[in-house]
Design a protein. Structure first.
Lengths: 142, 1207
């Protein structure tokens, strides 16, 4: 009844900046990004991509309050690049991966009608994922 | 009726066609088989003969089944349509009728043959005699009256038994007791050879002799048979008791003669009564029977009474059921209590045995609630009902005097049980007034018939008053009436001298208890003359009773305390200091010295005397001229050199030695396995000796001149200071403290209260001893504070405040510790004082009065007894060892913390300030305690780790903007935390001496005291990890604290959470191996991880991230130990699938350096752990073994390729 309107979760207010950066004064090469009108969906993905970059020493995010639609992303780098640059690069990569994913998905989806009768393993794997000691090449197959 | 049916059948037959009749006939044949026609014909023929001729054979087939009957009933519909007269089975007919109307068989049935001619239907002439009904069939819900027609005379094998009769088993022995006389007659015939050659007179003999046709074991005469001697049917309650409650041995129960009265009322034919018999008979409607059985019950209970110490189990058969039995007996007694005459008296006795006599060894304890659990028998009583019954019993006086005394004992025990129960007793109508009337307000002088007053009733009043303040104020009303025992001195009393002395003593004690609430002190003024007379009597030679002297001194002490501050009494100004001075009690007391000797029985009197003088001097310090200087001088002069050469010296020395001996005896751990009675007796002995010691210490302190806190040039009088100090050092580390701090030992804690007072007064004295450095004093003070018990809150507060007051910059400078000045600017220790005070006394609702009343306690105390902690009001004392961290707890729960809501407005410290001060205090205390080897009081590893975790969890910026600085980022806080953790980092030089790992070293247990039982530590840990993930910026200390719960000592879940769920964190952790937090690196390494998922998580982390430092060490260790047979230890299968897979994965996916590390990693269990890089630089035969293992496990090619890693 007194729940906030749904659109308030993703529509920016008038004049609201989508991203704010505040550099940490005490910790070198560290910054906190405040990203408005976003939640764990974006936060987790961005964090993962930032963390995957070799220059990054620390990356973490938190949603301070579940009813406040923003998250805080904290990034610390080794000094070769600034946290802002790292974030930009990570976001570019993320956008790239997402569009690849989208394209792949659309392609596969269009095949659905063409070769509808093909029954594939719903998980797309060889079925060893359930066993801890599979013989695949990847470490994930243990 | 039958005719009706047959006519109807006939009519129906007539209307049927041939085909229909055939059809019906076929149906019948189909149902009963081919032989049925013959069978039915035979039956019919048999019936047509004279039925009487067959009577003799009737019993031959008693097992002719009831099934037949029921089958016949089923046939009803079929037979309805059978009209052929030849075929109608007459056997069926009566049963049809029976089915319709069961009693019709008893009616006169038609015996007249059909008068019709020609084709006629004939029915069997079944008379009532033809039908045998087994009257004696057992009364069971499935009872079926058996109605069987006589079988045919010639049994030619055509008759098929459909089943055998199972309905009647042997009659069970459920007959009422009145039947048992018959049984005892037959019990003589108990010959096991009966089958072979029955003895004359037995039922079997009679049967064989006179009724050879009757089958053996006829169920209808089962009652005649002798009971088998095999006691299988009552083995569960097999133990039997005689009328004195003694168990009868199995062997004797068969042999005892019947004239002992042990056979008459019980089931079975053995002597004695089982418990079930007794309980059954204790509800008998015959009063004599009931009374006897209640008597037996109370004697059994007396026998079962737990006797702590003696390992003999009184009745081994009932071992383990004692409590249950006690409850049942209690219930039986309560039920019978309302009866008149001997039943009521015996019932009271049974209750008394269950309630009072059961644990007589604790019943002497007045200073604590006795209940051990909610299900304790006295707690189960229906109090309201029971108490009103007792009140009535006192009013009616119908019970004998012994029972009334027992009832008094029961009420007293209930009052001791818990404070709530004591209040219920006070509140129950007429109970206390009736007791007063019955036991105390007896006529004076006593007539020949009137009862004498009973001192135990006074004891009850004292107990009630001790229980709660409201009780005490309610009891001030009848207190006036008790003056009768004070005004008549024992010399002129109409009672015998011992009784008069005992009454006077109990009355004085009662007034003392009232005085400890600050009540009823006005009687000292009102009855000043009488009390002066009592005083002169006590001082006179006529009085030889030590307990009277003690009680008198105790009363004087309490009143002196009341007089010290007239505003503290209830109501105020009840007794004034000027009056006390006028009565010159102190001088009276001093003259008592001459009367006292060095005998041990006089020790407690001496102690009382010293306390009175101490109270007098303490009062004079407040009220006297120039701080009571002249009073002090007067007392010191009177004591003279008693403490140097006189009897006082001997007493103190003697008490100290005796106390030490008692405590030495309590050292052996075997005593504590269960609370043996000698533990209790040692504790009880130590009570009086400890009282002596603390009394003399108190007097010594009271004799000190006003300006305290400075070492003096000369003490007021000499005490064996070094002995005292050595003794207190021993006492503080004694094992009694933890042992007596469990829930069911609370009553015994009251024996320890004098000991805590010894510690407290010694601590105060220690401050004045020239040799005590501030350092040492703080160490003593902190350790003693941890020992204080409920009731010592006031002392604890005083000590804590002095500790905090000592924490000045000078103190730290003297100790060579550098403290940032910002701490002092923010107020130093004063900002955490409210939290620490709250840790000691959290509320004023429960205020246990101390042993020595003080002006504060007489105002505030709500009870004089230790409370049982299961009740909602929990004591804060004894303090937990990590109470010093309590300010952080309050910060974490600042929303609900009662301290925050009651802080004064001038308190404006920030969280950081509070944490800084707490950590500084902890740090300095740790250092000091370690220096003085008080290891038990030093916070353990787990306590420090958990407290640091809590500091990190003080999260900021949750909702408000303008980000406050996180507390853990404060440089001072960080430094202090690092300092605290230094002793538990293996690389540090001053690693702490290891202590026995115990409960206090388990993070989960330590956390439980803060988190409560509903929040597991795992939840806290997940929050902690998530917080690290969100905000830490890979704070190094934060990262280090992530690891302690992931050691192999803790469950898998913690490791899984960190390494799998939050695996991405590991990239950000760069803790050097030397900085890990542990006492013993082994904890992380052994036993080697065996969980497959965890191992793959380790490998994944190694492959995916550039792991560094400690996490890398852990992961490499577990992976290498899984792969290499030489690390796995002997005895296991050399080549396991896990090992091969892991090896393959490392070689194929791992980077060069990882492969190198895994191949070169060497560690051996049981030896000193090798930290990197040493564990990668070892040499030995194992290198070649590993290479060959690679060859065996994978292939020779790989082996060749891998040769390079060792170069």
């Amino acid at each position: 009844m007194n729940a906030p309107n749904r659109f308030e979760l993703f529509v920016l207010d008038d004049g609201e900046k989508p991203v704010e950066v505040s550099e940490d004064t005490k910790i070198p090469n560290a910054a906190t990004f405040k990203i408005m009108k976003q939640d764990h969906t974006l936060g987790n993905m961005v964090r993962a991509y930032v963390l995957a970059m070799p220059q990054v020493l620390f990356a973490g995010y938190k949603v301070p309050h579940p009813l406040h639609p923003y998250f805080l992303l904290k990034i610390q780098t080794d000094g070769t690049v600034t946290p802002q640059v790292v974030l930009e690069q990570a976001c570019t990569k993320l956008i790239g991966s997402l569009s690849t994913l989208e394209a792949k998905f659309k392609r596969e989806f269009s095949f659905k009608d063409v070769e509808g009768a093909v029954t594939e393993d719903p998980y797309g794997t060889t079925g060893t994922s359930g066993q801890p000691w599979g013989s695949g090449r990847d470490y994930l197959d243990f | 009726m039958r005719r009706q049916i047959s006519e109807e059948n006939e009519r129906r037959m007539a209307s049927m066609t041939e085909e229909e009749i055939d059809q019906e006939r076929k149906d019948i044949v189909e149902r009963f088989g081919n032989g049925v026609g013959d069978l039915l014909k035979k039956v019919k023929e048999a019936r047509e003969r004279r039925p009487q001729s067959m009577e003799g054979d009737r019993e031959e087939l008693p097992e002719k089944s009831t099934e037949v009957v029921s089958r016949n009933l089923d046939m009803k519909s079929a037979t309805d349509s059978l009209k052929n007269a030849d075929l109608i089975p007459s056997i069926i007919k009566p049963n049809i009728q029976r089915a319709k109307k069961p009693h019709s068989i008893l009616l006169k049935s038609s015996t007249r043959p059909s008068s019709r001619t020609g084709r006629s239907i004939r029915f069997a002439e079944v008379t009532p005699e033809d039908v045998h009904v087994y009257e004696s069939a057992p009364a069971s819900p499935k009872r079926k009256p058996l109605a069987l027609p006589p079988p045919p005379g010639t049994s030619n094998g055509d008759i098929i038994s459909l089943s055998t009769w199972k309905g009647a088993s042997r009659m069970k022995s459920t007959q009422p007791p009145s039947d048992s006389t018959e049984r005892t007659v037959s019990s003589e015939a108990r010959n096991p050879d009966m089958e072979v050659d029955p003895e004359e007179g037995t039922p079997e003999y009679i049967r064989r002799r006179f009724f050879p046709n009757v089958p053996a074991h006829d169920p209808s005469v089962a009652w005649m048979e002798a009971l088998s001697s095999n006691p299988t049917n009552n083995s569960s309650t097999g133990i039997r008791f005689d009328l004195t409650g003694t168990p009868i041995p199995e062997s004797m129960s068969m042999a005892l003669p019947t004239h002992l009265g042990l056979h008459h009322h019980a089931d079975g034919d053995r002597a004695g009564y089982t418990l079930d018999d007794i309980f059954l008979l204790s509800r008998s409607s015959i009063p004599a029977q009931r009374a006897t059985m209640l008597g037996v019950l109370s004697k059994i209970i007396q026998r079962l009474r737990p006797n702590k110490g003696s390992k003999v189990i009184r009745i081994p058969e009932l071992q383990g059921q004692e409590d249950d039995l006690r409850r049942r007996v209690l219930a039986a007694g309560l039920e019978a209590m309302v009866e008149r005459g001997s039943v009521g008296a015996r019932a009271v006795e049974a209750i008394w045995q269950c309630v009072v006599n059961w644990d007589a060894d604790v019943a002497g304890i007045e200073g604590a609630e006795l209940q051990s659990s909610k299900t304790d028998a006295p707690s189960l009583l229906q109090q309201d009902f029971f108490l009103s019954q007792i009140a009535e019993a006192f009013a009616q006086m119908s019970l004998p005097p012994e029972s009334l005394v027992q009832l008094l004992g029961i009420v007293h025990r209930l009052a001791q049980q818990s404070n709530i129960m004591a209040e219920t007793i006070m509140a129950s109508k007429n109970l206390v007034s009736n007791i007063l009337q019955t036991f105390l307000l007896t006529p004076i002088p006593p007539t020949k018939t009137s009862p004498l007053p009973n001192p135990s009733a006074l004891q009850l009043l004292t107990t009630l008053a001790m229980a709660s303040r409201s009780n005490a104020s309610a009891l001030t009303e009848p207190a006036d009436a008790l003056l009768r025992f004070v005004t008549i001195l024992p010399t002129s009393s109409p009672f015998s001298t011992p009784l008069a002395v005992s009454l006077l003593t109990s009355t004085l004690r009662f007034y003392t208890v009232l005085g400890s609430y600050g009540m009823y002190a006005h009687i000292a003024t009102t009855a000043a003359e009488q009390f002066a007379a009592v005083g002169s009597y006590v001082l006179s030679e006529a009085c030889q009773s030590e307990s009277l002297m003690e009680a008198w001194l105790g009363l004087l002490e309490t009143w002196l305390v009341c007089a010290t501050d007239p505003h503290r009494t209830t109501p105020p100004h009840e007794i004034l200091w000027s009056q006390v001075v006028g009565w010159a009690w102190a001088d009276d007391v001093l003259t008592l010295r001459a009367k006292l000797t060095r005998r041990e029985s006089h020790w407690k009197v001496w102690a009382g005397l010293w306390r009175v003088e101490a109270a007098w001097l303490e009062g004079a310090r407040v009220n006297g001229v120039r701080g009571g200087e002249t009073e002090r001088a007067g007392i010191l002069e009177a004591i003279g050199n008693g403490f140097e050469v006189g009897s006082e010296k001997d007493i103190v020395a003697g008490a100290l030695i005796a106390l030490r001996t008692e405590l030495d005896r309590l050292h052996s751990p075997s005593l504590w396995t269960d609370l043996a009675s000698d533990v209790i007796s040692h504790l009880r002995n130590s009570d009086s000796q400890a009282t002596v010691i603390f009394s003399v210490l108190r007097l010594w302190l009271a004799c000190m001149p006003l300006n305290r806190d400075t070492p003096l040039e000369a003490p007021p009088f000499l005490l064996p200071f070094s002995d005292l100090s050595a003794f207190c050092a021993l006492l503080v580390n004694h094992p009694i403290w933890p042992h007596l701090n469990t829930d069911n030992t609370i009553p015994y804690q009251s024996y320890l209260r004098p000991l805590t007072n010894v510690l407290y007064y010694f601590l105060r004295l220690s401050r004045h001893i020239p040799g005590t450095s501030p350092d040492l004093w703080v160490a003593q003070a902190f350790s003693i504070t941890c020992r204080l018990l409920p009731g010592d809150e006031e002392n604890g507060l005083q000590v804590t405040k002095s500790i905090l007051a000592m924490m000045t910059p000078d103190f730290f400078n003297a100790g060579g510790m550098e403290v940032p000045p910002i701490i002092w600017e923010k107020g130093g220790m004063s900002i955490i004082t409210p939290f620490l005070v709250h840790a000691i006394r959290s509320s004023n609702e429960v205020y246990v009065g101390p042993i020595c009343p003080s002006p504060q306690s007489i105002m505030g105390s709500t009870t004089q007894r230790l409370l049982h902690p299961t009740l909602d009001s929990k004591h804060t004392l004894p303090l937990s060892y990590n109470w010093i961290f309590s300010p952080i707890d309050h910060l974490l729960r600042s929303g609900t913390s009662p301290v925050f809501s009651s802080l004064s407005s001038s308190w404006d410290a920030s969280e950081t300030d509070v944490v800084r001060a707490t950590l500084l205090l902890t740090k300095v205390l740790c250092n000091i305690l370690l220096r003085h080897h008080l290891l038990e009081f030093v916070p353990t590893r787990a306590e420090i780790i958990f407290s640091c975790m809590k500091i990190f969890m003080l999260e900021h910026g949750q909702t408000q903007e303008g980000e406050l600085e996180e507390v853990f980022r404060d440089s001072i806080v960080e430094r202090f935390m690092n300092d605290l953790l230094v002793p538990i980092v293996p690389a540090s030089s001053d690693a702490r001496p290891t202590r026995q790992p115990g409960e206090r070293d388990d993070l989960e247990k330590v956390a439980a005291s803060f988190l409560g039982s509903s929040t597991p530590f795992y939840q806290f840990y997940t929050d902690f990890v998530a917080l690290y993930d969100a905000i830490s910026f890979s704070h190094p200390l934060f990262a280090r604290l992530l690891f302690p719960p992931t050691s192999m000592l803790y469950p898998l879940d913690y490791r899984r959470h960190l390494w799998m769920d939050f695996g991405h964190l590991l990239k950000t952790i760069r803790t050097p191996t030397a900085q890990m937090i542990t006492c013993n690196v082994d904890e992380y390494l052994w036993p080697v991880e065996s969980n497959g998922q965890m191992l793959s998580a380790y490998l994944k982390a190694l492959v995916k991230y550039p792991l560094d430092g400690f996490p890398r060490f852990i992961a490499v260790h577990h992976v290498a130990c899984t792969i290499w047979p030489d690390l796995r230890g002997t005895g296991e299968n050399e080549k396991t699938e896990a090992s091969i897979n892991m090896l393959k994965a490392v070689i194929e996916q791992g980077s060069g350096s990882l492969v190198k590390d895994i191949f070169r990693y060497r560690q051996s269990r049981g030896e000193c752990v090798l930290l990197p890089p040493y564990c990668l630089e070892q040499d030995g035969q194992w290198k070649a073994d590993r290479l060959s293992y690679v060859g065996r496990a994978l292939s020779v090619d790989v082996q060749e390729r891998m040769k390079g890693v060792f170069v």
